[in-house]
Design a protein around this ligand. Structure first.
Ligand SMILES: Nc1nc2c(ncn2[C@@H]2O[C@H](COP(=O)(O)OP(=O)(O)OP(=O)(O)O)[C@@H](O)[C@H]2O)c(=O)[nH]1
Ligand SMILES: [Mg+2]
Length: 350
């Protein structure tokens, strides 16, 4: 029986104090009901750690408290910036007064990264945090001008870096999950078949979006209809997916099997399917107990997976007709990947 060790991945959240780093991590951890906690957050003292597994990755998040005394401390010691796999640098888009301070700190961080002879291909995500839909809607022109200003300043100050830009808001959970999952995807090996399968399904059924999540809400694979470019529409779709995330966050907490949910939002139909890899076996009640134990131990073979699709109302019937077929294919691919990862302990026969 193979028992591969999980690959450790170091994700660093950096930025000024009050940028929203801890809020980001809390919403990602909880997936639902996190508002109270976020509104009562205290500034992070030094660094908070958070660990989570994602298929064959072991994720280690470092939430680096951004008060100036801590920033000075990090900059003086290289160790904080060693062996980073993904750097997420948050800039609070609503706090114009601190843009230049934030860019100066980024400069210091990049300076230290250079000292630890950091490979140029380290992905650096610049995250415009607090990009709340309401905020943009109230000041669309001002918002666009701000963003353009910061981007051009960054490009001018750091011409040698190829930053990727993201917009996130704690009021739209998916913006956060999407960014983090994108950063991790390059470390997942063997998912091309799944991606191809999902794209093929999208084209066959002409749905707007299809996404495969693991039980922690991280995205294994997703595809978007390139036609949906408009911000308002994107925001609406993100909100639908955020709703799915909250829903299955709750299912995981309560250990529930629901199989599927659906909803209608304006011109869209959304469907979310829960499935696991073991349900094609006939499991007795006795065996179910050991399945539950495996689930708790974090064995991804026994975890739930979720497949969400969003389609325009007139296309939904077609998409639904083929859902069983796509799920059984996805299940097979996941199984192949996970058998390599860790063979499940066989359940006893009846
Ligand atoms: N409107 C809005 N407020 C946010 C968002 N994210 C965080 N906040 C608020 O910003 C404040 C600071 O958030 P934190 O997450 O504590 O900031 P931090 O970057 O961890 O700060 P330090 O720990 O001091 O480095 C809190 O009051 C949050 O409620 C967001 O997406 N939108
Ligand atoms: Mg914090």
């Amino acid at each position: 029986m193979s028992n591969k060790t999980k690959k450790p991945i170091k994700v660093v959240l950096s930025g000024l104090d009050n940028a929203g780093k801890t809020s980001m991590l809390v919403s990602f951890k909880r997936m639902y009901g996190y508002e109270d906690e976020i509104h009562n957050l205290k500034p992070t003292l030094r660094i908070d750690y958070y660990r989570r597994d994602f298929l064959d990755l072991r994720l280690n998040f470092f939430d680096m408290g951004g008060q100036s005394k801590f920033r000075k401390m990090y900059i003086q010691r290289k160790m904080y910036f060693e062996s980073i796999d993904l750097l997420i640098y948050l800039i609070d888009i609503q706090d114009e007064m601190r843009f230049s301070e934030s860019i100066s700190y980024l400069e210091e961080v990049l300076g230290v990264l250079k000292k630890v002879s950091y490979a140029k291909d380290l992905p650096i995500y610049i995250c415009f945090s607090k990009t709340d839909y309401e905020f943009i809607k109230e000041n669309p022109d001002e918002y666009i001008a701000r963003r353009a200003m910061v981007k051009s300043l960054l490009r001018k100050t750091f011409p040698e870096y190829n930053f990727q830009f993201y917009l996130t808001s704690i009021y739209n959970l998916y913006t956060i999950i999407h960014m983090i999952s994108n950063g991790l995807r390059r470390y997942l090996i063997g998912y091309d078949e799944i991606q191809d399968e999902i794209i093929e399904y999208r084209d066959k059924t002409e749905i707007a979006q299809a996404i495969l999540f693991d039980h922690t809400g991280l995205v294994i694979s997703e595809t978007f209809n390139p036609k949906s470019k408009d911000y308002e529409l994107e925001n609406k779709i993100d909100k639908i997916i955020s709703g799915h995330l909250e829903f299955f966050g709750q299912l995981e907490d309560e250990n529930l099997d629901v199989t599927s949910i659906r909803g209608v939002d304006g011109e869209f139909m959304n469907l979310c399917y829960q499935f696991h890899l073991y349900d094609d076996l006939k499991i007795s009640e006795e065996q179910m107990k050991s399945v539950m134990e495996e689930k708790k131990s974090g064995n991804p073979y026994y975890a739930n997976y979720y497949f969400s699709i969003i389609s325009s109302l007139d296309k939904s019937i077609l998409a639904e007709n083929q859902i069983n077929e796509i799920i059984s294919k996805l299940r097979k691919y996941l199984k192949d990947i996970l058998i390599e990862y860790q063979e499940p302990r066989p359940l006893k026969e009846d």
